[in-house]
Ligand binder design. Structure first.
Ligand code: COA
Length: 356
């Protein structure tokens, strides 16, 4: 394990596995490395772990994309919490993926369960027995739910935001439309990091439609010039977002991660979905976004109805699925309530133990 940054700030680590990673498909990655970030310090009884699972094009640098919730003076302050986030396999931020491995389209098929396997490897590496709060949104929520079902004893409380128990036909269709855009770019067949770049720009533009909303576009991309017949703001927004992603992401990771999202089904090989979700026995907070079309509120109701004792809150946003990245005040209020309730319960349990 090598440490790349100074202590005090978020610290980036690379774990090189001394053995091949075996994927759910049975395929092997002979040499695998996992990038992850830790932030803050483990307390004496190792009870202050907040573990974040990142979304599709996110990364382990939580401060870069969830700064409204994580950081000094925020709800999850590294002065109080040990914050961990792992870059998932198939991504392109340091954990082995299609480009960094040199395997490109021959990289092993990756599922949410393969991601969870890497989370478990890092948990053991850090010698963490219990995660106080596991939190994930979107693809991150899929990992968090899968991990809770796979190893419930490692998790004390769970936050699921704008996610689902299995990926929907609508979500898979959106992802397939994006993969069609990528594969229509002939350079996707070339084994070089920029392969499929233009296809991915088109794919991201498609994805933005599913991340935002009719009203969100109306609020931010409406024209003041009513005489326009071309060169619309909404057009340049779509292109900008595509280019912006292409400056930090590659088409091969995008392809594999979207397939991983499609693979998500927490009941695969485990029996009836109702029984799988019904077996979860820990405090769970589910949060939906009222305008989210990709992971609609109906999916959040389903999770909360199926997981015993789970609490559901729905935040109000004009920005659809992106609500989980922009509606900090509402998220903070809900998560703050969940956090203090769990802390009070934990303190109560400790008092009972002390009195014996
Ligand atoms: N033409 C060109 N660029 C435009 C524009 C236009 N008409 N309108 C806005 N922009 C630019 C802004 O200048 C800004 O640029 P910057 O990011 O370089 O500062 C950018 O578009 C963001 O604008 P907007 O999307 O309106 O901001 P936001 O605060 O509402 O949302 C994000 C921020 C990060 C959530 C959003 O931009 C985004 O990336 N969404 C996708 C997130 C994602 O990957 N979700 C997947 C989860 S599975």
């Amino acid at each position: 394990m090598s440490t790349l940054q100074l202590a005090g700030s978020p610290r980036e680590h690379i774990l090189s596995l001394p053995y091949p990673l075996v994927f759910e498909s049975g395929e092997l990655l002979p040499q695998c490395q996992i990038a992850y970030q830790t932030w803050g310090k483990l307390n004496a009884d190792r009870s202050n772990v907040v573990w974040v699972c990142h979304a599709l094009t996110g990364n382990h640098r939580v401060h870069e994309w969830w700064g409204g919730l994580f950081g000094e003076g925020r709800l999850y302050d590294p002065a109080d919490h040990f914050i961990v986030c792992v870059n998932v396999p198939s991504s392109c931020y340091g954990t082995s993926g299609p480009v960094s491995s040199g395997l490109y389209r021959r990289f092993p098929q990756t599922t949410i369960r393969d991601m969870v396997q890497c989370l478990e490897i890092v948990r053991k590496e850090l010698n963490i027995e219990k995660i106080s709060t596991l939190i994930g949104a979107s693809l991150g929520g899929q990992q968090a739910l899968e991990w809770t079902v796979a190893n419930p004893s490692a998790i004390d409380s769970l936050v699921l935001i704008a996610t689902n128990a299995y990926h929907s036909p609508f979500g898979i269709a959106f992802n397939e439309a994006q993969r069609l855009a990528i594969s229509a770019d002939p350079t996707f067949q070339e084994n070089r990091p920029e392969g499929g770049r233009n296809g991915m720009i088109a794919a991201r533009s498609v994805a933005m439609l599913s991340y935002r909303s009719y009203l969100g576009y109306a609020l931010t991309q409406s024209e003041s010039d009513t005489q326009k017949t071309d060169g619309f703001l909404a057009s340049s927004y779509q292109r900008y977002q595509g280019e912006k992603l292409a400056s930090r992401f590659d088409a091969f990771s995008y392809w594999y991660l979207s397939k991983a999202m499609d693979s998500h089904n927490v009941s695969r090989g485990r029996g009836k979905l109702a029984e799988v979700l019904g077996s979860i026995d820990l405090p769970v907070q589910v949060i939906g976004v009222d305008s989210d079309m990709l992971f609609p509120v109906s999916e959040q109701y389903f999770l909360a109805d199926s997981i015993p004792g789970a609490r559901l809150d729905v935040i109000s946003s004009d920005f659809g699925h992106d609500g989980f990245l922009v509606e900090y005040d509402q998220l903070e209020a809900i998560l703050g309530h969940f956090k203090s309730k769990n802390e009070k319960q934990a303190a109560g349990r400790q008092t009972e133990l002390n009195h014996g």
